[in-house]
Design a protein around this ligand. Sequence first.
Ligand code: PLP
Ligand code: COI
Length: 339
Amino acid sequence: MTDIDWANLKFSYTPTDYNVRCYFRNGKWGAIEVSSSEYINLHMAASCLHYGQNGWEGQKAFRCPDGKIRTFRLEENAARLQSTCRAMMMPEVPTELFTEMCLKAIKLNERFVPPYETGAALYIRPIVLGTGAQLGVSPTDEYLIIIFVTPVGPYFKGGFSATNYVITREFDRAAPQGTGKYKVGGNYGASLRAHVKAAKEGYSCEFYLDPRTKKYIEECGAANFIAVKGNKYITPESDSILPSITNKSLQQLALDMGMEVECRKIPVEELETFEEAGACGTAAVISPIGYIDDPENGKRYTFSKDGQPGPVFQKLYNRLRDIQYGIEPDVHHWVTVID
Ligand code: PLP
Ligand code: COI
């Protein structure tokens, strides 16, 4: 038992009992280790500290109405982490190792999986770090993967109610042929100035355009942009966007609902034509957008006046949650049941 106030959890760190670790040394991954320490003993010249050699992931585990715990599309997170590892010249973490470590971290911390009724979930955060001492700029030869878990509530205040964004042209989270499509710490470090500025101005988050031309929509902070126009589910296509697993799943659910899915360049002005707009991701789930301000031309694109999601997002959200909670049949084989 824990004394956590589940219903009032925010998206923040709460200590749990254990994390799991695995080292890559002498050209191979070793045995999985269990640790109860929240700290890492790290060499001061480790490549992750100086040269940003790192990568990470984010998933959730859910306590379901049938009492079981379910995870969602772990293999997709493993594949994305592998693509991040390749991009950062780190050894790939095999899918079986990744999955075994995730399941172990969840099981060891079962008492921290929030009860179904609270709407909270157990967030799983795998991180890969270059730990070898490295002075010249080149990849190191020792790495560590740690998977920790922590119970979380909604990413945005208000949960499934509308949030507001401001377009940023001053800062980019990634370069046109840089690391935007990978989950590396540097992208998030680069986003902090824009994020703090947006928050100071009263927005929930910053909104990115493509870094090359600033003409097309990219990301809603640390989430993908999605929109609805008529019977179409529309989302941006770009080389510098993180391929969201939530977005990929919602696209499938939209197709299942008989919608058309368009993944293409979206000019900023097209915002005017959308009936619903939102941010999607593991942390954000679907977070409807109230409005997006464009300070360059003083324009406000409004999507939700009452703070509520539109009918299509509501339906997609319900479908996704019902699959994650084992309420609807898992026809696409997205869910792993933990016994
Ligand atoms: N975009 C960015 C930059 C992110 O950090 C995330 C979070 O992982 C997402 C989008 C959403 O991706 P996913 O749905 O796989 O969590
Ligand atoms: C997620 O949605 O899992 C993310 O990784 C976003 C994050 C920055 C909390």
